[in-house]
Design a protein around this ligand. Structure first.
Ligand SMILES: *Cc1c(COP(=O)(O)O)cnc(C)c1O
Length: 498
């Protein structure tokens, strides 16, 4: 198996190289040139395996240039009891018959990004050794809140790698900001951008595509790479938990082997749900993938009409990690559906130049067979948190999870499809305590972030994650801000002085 770009047929590279590079030279994203197929025997074997073993088996299908020992080492180093607060790593909670929550927030930063960003640094370090690359890698991250901290946690003090995170100055929650600006480590920089997430992401993409700058950095001993979900090494680990959740359902007798399930996924950059698409294409019995959006409902419109149009109002919502108008990973999906790199390049150029493109009818018909899209407004999101709390014995979900929960309810009502539904829970409620407490009608008064943590603890059964509790006394280490035009200069400045 080799990796190629979504926009041309020029590259045919190994997984290790795709992971080091992050993004293809033509601006496209790396995709596997075939999708491995599994059968029931493969699933049977996974049933009795640990999360780590499941991860090793699935990863090895996509990383033929890594040895089994290398993969196992990476996985064991990533999913440890030191980093994750439950040995299940990604536990599945049953709320009622046919209704399940896949908790992806038991890692060090309390959001699902840890599932991939604990593993990516391991995959990248191994890749650097395998390819004997001399230059250091500089990871650039644009974050809508959760990726930044998860990447910082994953990459801090990893040899031969430096990491620079750009976050929208006013576009992340207090807790998210605090998590980032207190980050320790000798190889980290955290910078606020005067703009929104799309500005940060576009800025980073432009830097990757800036050939003179890349050459200059190369000559100084640096190669740029990405820890955003445009990096294949971010996406791959996410395929695992779709399988793992399925195995748990079979194991506890909720479904029989080969019976289909639905997954509802709170979606921003389309990375999480795309991993579900790979799982389905590999042969995991998935019926529908519900693509759940907040008021930034560009994907709902796309799956309904075939027109992707980012020319619309941008809303700041209570699910900020989904406040995105350009969903990068959709490009990979469209490539796999059409198999036509030239077409993808045209659409992406149109998106870049005029902010919109329209997929052809055949493509959309295929997408609609697999995906059901829906969006949930702010009021419904708050109501969903309260509904779940009241109906399921005080079970507390965060606003992102609430969007996926409500989109799943709406889908079931609209279609009558009562296939067992797994809702992906992407953040701990403690990470968004303000909104969650508002939803539960708590009187928050003037309470600060840490008083809110304690207050939420009186409602919620699970305890405050250690990583959030410790922020109270953590020193603020990063105070820089910059304009989106100045990002390249900031990078050069950091590399000169670090
Ligand atoms: C990043 C994130 C999402 C969106 O995931 P994508 O892969 O960008 O679609 C949803 N919820 C939370 C809490 C997140 O951090």
């Amino acid at each position: 198996m080799k990796y190629t770009s979504t926009r041309s047929k020029n590259d045919h590279i190994d997984a290790a190289q795709a992971i080091i590079k992050g993004i293809a030279a033509d601006g496209g994203l790396f995709v596997p040139d075939e999708i491995p197929q599994i059968d029931n025997a493969f699933l049977m074997e996974l049933l009795s395996s640990s999360y780590q073993e499941r991860a090793s088996k699935i990863l090895s299908l996509y990383l033929p240039d890594y040895t089994d020992a290398e993969i196992s080492h990476c996985v064991q180093a990533a999913y440890t009891n030191k980093k994750f607060d439950t040995p299940a790593i990604a536990p599945l909670t049953k709320l009622a018959d046919g209704k399940y929550i896949l908790e992806l927030w038991h890692g060090p930063t309390s959001a699902f990004k840890d599932m991939a960003l604990q593993l990516l640094p391991q995959l990248m370090s191994t890749a650097l050794q395998k390819t004997k690359q001399k230059n250091d890698v500089v990871i650039l991250v644009a974050t809508s809140g959760d990726t930044g901290k998860a990447a910082l946690e994953g990459f801090c003090d990893v040899p031969k790698i430096k990491i620079i995170v750009f976050y929208p100055q006013h576009g992340v929650s207090h807790m998210q900001r605090r998590q980032m600006i207190t980050q320790k480590g000798n190889n980290v920089a955290v910078i606020a951008i005067e703009g929104n997430f799309d500005d940060a992401q576009t800025g980073v993409k432009n830097i990757f595509n800036n050939k003179p700058l890349n050459k200059e950095l190369h000559d100084e001993g640096y190669e740029l790479s990405s820890a955003n979900s445009i990096n294949w090494g971010r996406l791959l680990p996410q395929i695992v938990y779709y399988f793992s959740a399925y195995c748990e359902l079979v194991k506890d007798g909720s479904i029989k082997l080969a019976e289909k399930v639905n997954y509802s996924v709170p979606t921003g950059n389309f990375g999480d749900i795309l991993a579900g698409y790979y799982a389905k294409r590999m042969g995991l019995p998935i019926n529908k993938l519900v693509c759940a959006s907040n008021s930034n409902n560009v994907l709902t419109d796309f799956f309904t009409t075939g027109k992707y149009d980012r020319n619309r109002e941008f809303f700041k919502t209570i699910s900020p990690s989904m406040d995105i108008l350009i969903s990068s990973n959709l490009e990979r999906l469209l490539y796999h559906i059409t198999g036509d790199a030239a077409k993808i390049k045209t659409w992406m150029d149109e998106l870049n130049e005029k902010g919109s493109y329209t997929a052809d009818k055949q493509c959309i018909a295929q997408l609609q067979e697999i995906f059901a899209a829906g969006w949930v407004d702010e009021k419904q999101t708050l109501t969903a948190i309260k509904d779940v709390y009241d109906a399921y014995d005080g079970y507390t979900i965060d606003p992102h999870t609430a969007v996926a929960w409500q989109a799943a309810q709406n889908y079931q009502q609209r279609t009558g499809d009562m296939t067992p539904m797994v809702v992906l829970s992407t953040a701990s409620p403690y990470k968004f305590n303000d909104s969650v407490l508002t939803a539960l009608h708590a009187d928050t008064g003037n309470a600060d972030d840490f008083a809110l943590l304690d207050m939420l603890q009186t409602y919620n059964k699970s305890s405050v994650p250690a990583g959030l509790a410790s922020l109270k006394i953590a020193a603020i280490l990063h105070k820089k801000t910059c304009t989106k035009e100045n990002m390249a200069a900031e990078i050069k400045d950091y590399l000169k002085h670090c």
